[in-house]
Design a protein around this ligand. Structure first.
Ligand code: NAG
Ligand code: NAG
Ligand code: NAG
Length: 261
């Protein structure tokens, strides 16, 4: 892994205002709210809404990300905004990941053929992630894996390593690789192409973010610079504790995107 991609954990710490150190915490961040004991050891109690007294629940804020696996701006949004926000206020949000982005599809003799903006390796990354989403089904299982891949120096080379790091994934690697190389993966990617092509307004770049089903330039800008703030602002239930620190918006400019050609 390149050092630059190890920063997300640091970003999570700063965003949540969590100080490391003290009692030993042997758990990765996505497990910190798993039980009161772990939360205590990892000094994360304040941030774990689901361990606190039950508050007023509301519909989760839905955040949909249309992206492609090797676009640098997609990777940084997923790694530095979406994943940390989900760790902090995951109970108040619902995530939809649609890997496809600016790819193109055409019908071949026996299956769909895809051409990806950043080449065949990007198509492979999209396929791996689509298969993980489909086979694992549950956000808590596939999102850490996709985060792990997207934060690696080489997205497609680290599927196996990431599956070992995050054993929440209870499926054998062989099932993922057979999805990737078979008809199932091809069908899933065609579905993602259709979902992406159905966007209104049509996407002009990726990452393309829809909040509660809407995309506006304003929402996109806010989400890319401070997604935690957006979720906290829109959630109608009792606010999770992490909403007290809304983070520091990071500068966002429209150039932080992979344009559709
Ligand atoms: C990542 O690994 C794949 C497969 O080994 C290789 O084809 C690709 O060029 C690598 N990408 C980068 C950015 O190094
Ligand atoms: C993995 O694939 C095999 C063969 O298709 C299947 O029998 C098994 O149920 C799959 N395992 C999981 C966990 O999906
Ligand atoms: C989404 O769009 C609908 C209809 O235009 C609007 O009523 C709603 O407030 C929008 N939601 C957000 C989060 O902007």
């Amino acid at each position: 892994m390149a050092p630059g991609w190890l920063l997300p954990i640091a970003a999570f710490c700063c965003l949540g205002g969590i100080a490391l150190g003290g009692a030993p915490c042997h758990y990765p961040p996505h497990q910190w709210c798993g039980s009161s004991e772990i939360a205590q050891a990892c000094k994360a109690e304040k941030h774990c809404a689901r361990l606190g007294p039950p508050g007023k629940k509301a519909d989760p804020v839905s955040v949909s990300l249309y992206y492609e696996s090797l676009c640098p701006a997609c990777r940084s949004f997923l790694v530095f905004q979406l994943f940390p926000t989900w760790l902090l206020v995951g109970d108040a949000m619902e995530i939809t990941l649609v890997p496809y982005g600016n790819a193109q599809e055409k019908k071949g003799p026996s299956k769909w053929e895809f051409e990806c903006q950043h080449g065949p390796d990007e198509c492979l990354g999209n396929l791996m992630e689509a298969c993980l989403i489909h086979l694992l089904g549950d956000q808590g299982s596939y999102f850490p894996l996709i985060f792990c891949m997207e934060s690696s120096a080489n997205v497609t080379q680290n599927l196996e390593t990431c599956m070992k790091l995050y054993p929440t994934s209870e499926i054998p690697l062989a099932n993922v690789t057979s999805c990737v190389s078979g008809d199932l993966g091809n069908k899933l990617m065609h579905q993602n192409a259709q979902l992406t092509d159905a966007l209104r307004p049509p996407h002009k770049y990726v990452p393309w973010i829809a909040v509660n089903g809407n995309h506006t330039e304003e929402l996109q800008g806010e989400a890319q610079s401070n997604l935690l703030g957006v979720v906290c602002k829109l959630y109608k239930g009792d606010l999770p504790p992490a909403c007290q620190h809304k983070g520091n918006p990071s500068p966002f400019s429209p150039q932080d995107a992979c344009l559709k050609i």
